[in-house]
Write a protein that binds this ligand. Structure first.
Ligand SMILES: [Mg+2]
Length: 297
């Protein structure tokens, strides 16, 4: 029997800024130093990561690791859950927008991230379900969200984080809101909303930056943030200030923790799940799967 354990390594070669050429060999060498035989698979287009997991689902692996942006991670986690690959997973961030990697405080240096996966202990991580689709760190709707799936990968790579912000600003000239009825636990909110997000992250594309004490990645609860359409200039200023100062305890902005949300909106706005588009529906149910995945962070 081989002394080596087996590791499935899914790499999105198009994600983000190109890391130095030796990054891949450094990573695989790190795995090898820890007695892992690495099976490397490259994705070519969206959806490939999930397909690759499906194809390897029947095989024995001791670790699964993905390298790419938050979108790749989301797909790999979704695939692992869908095809019951219950093995600890690691993430080597390489995308332009690594909100979630930053939230988890993962090393941005690839070899360092690989070392952490080899030496660390896996932790439970909550996963979200938007209807039957999985998401890892955010399901968002309204202003600020179109940007993440409309911005072509090339532009994302060049502009990086700024792409989100710029797109957001461009949209301010064509701001629209949606009338929604939102039920979270015992509470129901009804208003015209500019932006709605249910998330399990500290940082969210320049919209939200929470303190570490406010977010627990495995408490079975996600944060729900609702930003209503201001009715006048005074309200607009209050909302802008709340966002700028990251104070969400104002009467205008709703910020609560929840395990399940039902959102009714006849206009069926599209959603963004970790940056990928989800076609809108009149009623959307979002819930948390506690400890849905085991991950090194
Ligand atoms: Mg939580």
């Amino acid at each position: 029997m081989s002394a080596y354990k087996r590791l499935l390594f899914i790499v999105n070669p198009h994600a983000g800024v190109k890391k130095k050429d030796s990054a891949l060999s450094d990573i695989i060498l790190t795995f090898s130093d820890h007695y892992y035989e690495t099976i490397v698979c490259f994705t070519r287009e969206p959806g490939d990561a999930e397909t690759l997991i499906r194809e390897h689902a029947g095989e024995e692996f001791d670790r699964i690791v993905c390298m790419g942006g938050d979108g790749t991670l989301s797909e790999v986690i979704g695939g692992c859950r869908k095809y019951a690959m219950n093995i600890p997973m690691g993430y080597i961030p390489a995308g332009s927008t690594n909100d979630f990697a930053q939230s988890l405080q993962l090393p941005m240096e690839p070899a360092e991230a690989a070392e952490r996966i080899m030496k660390g202990k896996p932790h439970k991580l909550d996963v979200g379900m938007w209807e039957e689709r999985q998401f890892v760190y955010t399901a968002s709707c309204g202003l600020f969200t179109r940007a993440s799936y409309d911005t072509p990968q090339k532009v994302k790579n060049v502009l990086g984080h700024a792409a989100y912000v710029l797109e957001g600003m461009r949209e301010l000239t064509q701001v629209r809101s949606y009338h929604m009825q939102i039920t979270a636990g015992e509470r129901t909110f009804e208003d015209n909303y500019l932006f709605v997000t249910i998330c399990n992250t500290i940082s969210l594309g320049g919209v939200m930056d929470l303190s570490r004490a406010e977010v627990n990645f495995s408490d079975g609860l996600f944060e729900l943030l609702l930003i209503p359409m201001p009715r006048d200039l005074i309200q607009l200023t209050q909302i802008v200030n709340a966002l700028r100062e990251q104070r969400f305890d104002t009467p205008l902005v709703t910020f609560i923790k929840t395990e399940r949300v039902v959102i009714k909106c006849p206009e069926k706005p599209d959603w963004s799940l970790d940056g990928e588009k989800a076609e809108g529906k009149e009623t959307v149910e979002i819930r948390v799967v506690p400890g849905g995945i085991s991950m090194f962070y």
